[in-house]
Design a protein around this ligand. Structure first.
Ligand SMILES: *Cc1c(COP(=O)(O)O)cnc(C)c1O
Length: 421
């Protein structure tokens, strides 16, 4: 892209920007939480809406001059309601973590208990990892998978823990889990112990919006949080959705502003509205379907070549592979070797990992970004083969060079699209 003003005024930032553009175009992005946004989303993000203070909500602001900010925030809300089929949406959370923290403060008192997925079994930092500040205020307890080989959650244990610990909130959601959850069971357990039930759909929002993953609201979940920049393919940001309870929605709005945040980032909200508009198009459904097909194509190759997958495979956009157990390479080393051949993944702990988090047994990768670039199942299978080849030949510089060349060719044949509709 051209940035004539930046080029003239600030060469250092301009050079870094062009470098990042090149890096994204030439490499293969397999981190399952990343994606490429459209040019219309980038245009909204880089717009004059960043100049405006809009504390409050549409129609109820603390500053004047809100004619156009009200238009974009209202559009973002209405489009999100249509996408996720719910009654109330707050599009102001600055990212996924603040959205989750906002719901905790809105719905809980200090000392209250939250039941969420164990972090080493796929849960997210914001679901109560001891390093996060939020654990000083709320008490987090855990459920886990019953069987690592199938990925099934231990719902009996979950009910037992819920009865014992009496959580006020039960969380369904993950960042490193490759199967569908049984949302009806979560709701049943929540109702039995009198807890609200919340889904953090940060990773799978695009799959739900595209109709290829179940919508927790249909099972009766009370609320959902999400990021907008993962499979949903919007700008970096967060969002909170409430199925139907107006009291909960009011508490959420008050907690986000003025409780936790000041002025909303209106350029970002405009970009969210653009991305939601894209996700409402039929082409997004095709995109979501292809994400799953590509993940399945990669799963088949791993299975064929004897690489163990946590959960036994995938039903969504991501795979968590036990590379240490299968290929005798640590997660950190695998990440570095794949980087060398132009493939970006991340090291990841696996369930009950015997190794340390800085060099765990697993790597996590997924198909949302490469699917945006138009990779087919055949391409995806080829990438899976090349990944395993690279890890098997981690000390063979010539082989790695060959693989790198093939990856660069694949990337070149699939330029990042400018628009999606
Ligand atoms: C990514 C993620 C978040 C946090 O989002 P940020 O935008 O990085 O703050 C929260 N929950 C889950 C499940 C996630 O995957």
């Amino acid at each position: 892209m051209e940035y004539p003003f930046l080029a003239k005024q600030d060469k250092m930032i301009h050079d870094a920007l062009l470098g990042e553009e090149r890096r994204e175009a030439e490499g293969l992005e397999l981190i399952p939480s990343e994606n490429y946004v459209s040019r219309p989303v980038l245009e909204a993000l880089g717009s004059v809406f960043t100049n405006k203070y809009s504390e409050g909500y549409p129609g109820k602001r603390y500053y004047g001059g809100q004619t156009y900010t009200d238009v974009v925030e209202t559009l973002a809300i209405e489009r999100a309601k249509e996408l996720f089929r719910c009654s109330y949406v707050n599009v102001q959370p600055l990212s996924g973590a603040p959205a989750n923290i906002g719901t905790y403060f809105a719905l809980l008192e200090p000392g209250d208990t939250v039941l969420g997925m164990d972090l080493t079994h796929g849960g997210h930092l914001t679901h109560g990892h001891p390093v996060t500040a939020i654990t000083k205020i709320f008490n987090f307890v855990r459920y886990k998978m019953k069987e690592v080989e199938t990925g099934e959650i231990d719902y009996d244990e979950m009910l037992k823990v819920a009865k014992k610990e009496k959580p006020k909130l039960i969380l369904a959601g993950f960042s490193a889990y490759s199967r569908e959850l049984d949302y009806e069971k979560f709701v049943a357990i929540g109702r039995e112990v009198g807890a609200l039930v919340m889904a953090d759909i940060a990773h799978i929002a695009g799959l739900i919006a595209g109709g290829v993953a179940k919508n927790p609201f249909e099972a009766g979940f009370d609320l959902m949080t999400t990021t907008t920049h993962k499979t949903l393919r919007g700008p970096r940001g967060g969002m909170i959705m409430v199925r139907e309870d107006e009291e909960i929605a009011k508490k959420i709005d008050k907690t986000i502003f003025p409780g936790l945040q000041g002025g909303p980032h209106m350029n970002n909200i405009a970009a969210k509205a653009v991305a939601f508009g894209e996700a409402l198009q039929p082409s997004f459904k095709v995109y979501a379907e292809q994400i799953l097909k590509n993940a399945k194509a990669m799963e088949r190759v791993l299975e064929e070549r004897g690489v163990r997958m946590i959960g036994g495979g995938t039903s969504n956009h991501l795979i968590l592979a036990d590379v240490f157990g299968s290929l005798n390479i640590g997660g950190a080393e695998a990440e570095a070797v794949l980087d060398e051949v132009g493939i970006t993944v991340n090291k990841n702990v696996i369930a009950d990992d015997i190794r340390k988090p800085m060099n765990p047994s697993g790597i996590r990768f997924g198909t949302p970004a490469m699917t945006t670039r138009g990779f087919t199942e055949e391409d995806s299978a080829r990438v899976a083969h090349l990944m395993i080849d690279a890890m098997e030949h981690k000390d063979d510089a010539i082989k790695k060079k060959e693989i790198h060349t093939e990856i660069q060719t694949l990337a070149k044949h699939h330029p990042i699209p400018e628009t999606f509709v």
